[in-house]
Design a protein around this ligand. Structure first.
Ligand code: P6P
Length: 327
């Protein structure tokens, strides 16, 4: 009888179809790093690793001690992965080349600890991963559009530690089994409901919003007596991984638009290791992911740490938001 909860390795080698063994090794190295990060988070209060690191990253953001620990864990766990040519991390300015690039080598982009402002208040945080490949020998151009991703994944350090993955053939969620520490399949072929009554946005930024975003949110808040003819709920966790996981699980729309405050920077969220992997996963689950109007995955990146607007979630709601931008 087929095991209803195969381990990640069994899934990758038996159920996910033919996969390059070196990609299997890389995904397992990533999952091992996530297990170690989960342990580091659980023990942070005893190890004095909560709080600020006293440094600022390339994004100009205060680094948490655990941001740096998570970055180091991922780098050490993956740096010997066969055919892995480079690491691009939110916490490091430049790409970290491990070998001279050869055609087919893998490139790993990652946000080691997303939502780290939640750590000290014991709320969910995550790690986000995106994998592409080197196009040709000696090619050091890591700036590929999101459509070039071979796989995308995130770890959610929540009540249950989960590892959610797509290799381009659907989205699969693995829960970390207490005791064995194995990631075992618990959410096969995750699909996002096309409709939703739940939106996620940082409402404290309302004064900066563009007219289409203001109008969209106002219509949601107007409820069943308003133009939408239904009541809406709102959630905002300040952790993209947690918000995306909720949307993958029960539907919703997530908005981090460009606004009058962040417009000069292009938005808040980073394309290569936040927007692209999450857009890949959302689309693989039947949802949509845009810059407000254009598709995120089609965007040609201009820099390692480029910021973009992000709207993603239930396909019908994302399409409706695009209509608000149509004059
Ligand atoms: P704000 C976390 O810093 C993050 O990059 C995402 O995980 C999250 O969705 C967003 O920024 C939160 O931004 O402005 O609410 O703090």
């Amino acid at each position: 009888m087929t095991d209803p909860h195969p381990t990640l390795r069994r899934f990758l080698t038996r159920q996910a179809g033919p996969i390059d063994p070196n990609l299997v090794f890389l995904i397992e190295d990533i999952a091992s790093a996530c297990r170690a990060i989960g342990n580091a988070l659980r023990n942070a209060a005893f190890e004095g690793t909560q709080g600020h690191a006293g440094a600022v990253n390339v994004q100009g953001e205060d680094q948490k001690t655990l941001d740096l620990i998570a970055d180091d864990i991922i780098a050490r766990s993956c740096e010997n992965s066969p055919d892995l040519a480079a690491l691009v991390s939110e916490e490091r300015e430049a790409a970290h080349w491990l070998k001279s690039p050869e055609a087919g080598d893998y490139l790993l982009f990652y946000d080691p600890l997303d939502g780290s402002s939640n750590i000290d208040v014991n709320l969910s945080v995550g790690s986000i991963f995106s994998v592409t490949q080197v196009a040709a020998e000696g090619d050091t151009d890591v700036l590929k559009p999101g459509t070039a991703q071979r796989c995308a994944a995130y770890a959610l350090y929540g009540p249950t530690m989960m590892f959610v993955l797509s290799l381009g053939h659907g989205v699969y969620g693995f829960s970390c089994e207490y005791g064995t520490g194995d990631f075992r399949l618990t959410h096969a072929r995750m699909r996002i409901p096309e409709e939703t009554g739940e939106f996620a946005i940082n409402a404290s930024r309302q004064r900066f919003w563009t007219a289409p975003i203001r109008a969209y949110v106002a219509d949601c808040l107007a409820g069943e007596d308003g133009p939408r003819g239904r009541d809406f709920n709102m959630r905002w966790t300040a952790s993209m991984v947690a918000d995306v996981h909720r949307i993958l699980t029960r539907g919703g729309i997530f908005l981090y638009p460009a606004d009058a405050d962040n417009h000069g920077a292009g938005g808040k969220l980073r394309l290569l290791y936040e927007a692209n992997p999450m857009a890949f996963l959302i689309e693989q689950a039947g949802g949509a992911a845009t810059l407000g109007t254009g598709r995120i995955l089609d965007l040609a990146p201009e820099g390692h740490h480029q910021r973009v607007p992000v709207v993603l979630g239930s396909a019908q709601e994302v399409a409706r938001l695009a209509d608000y931008h149509t004059p």
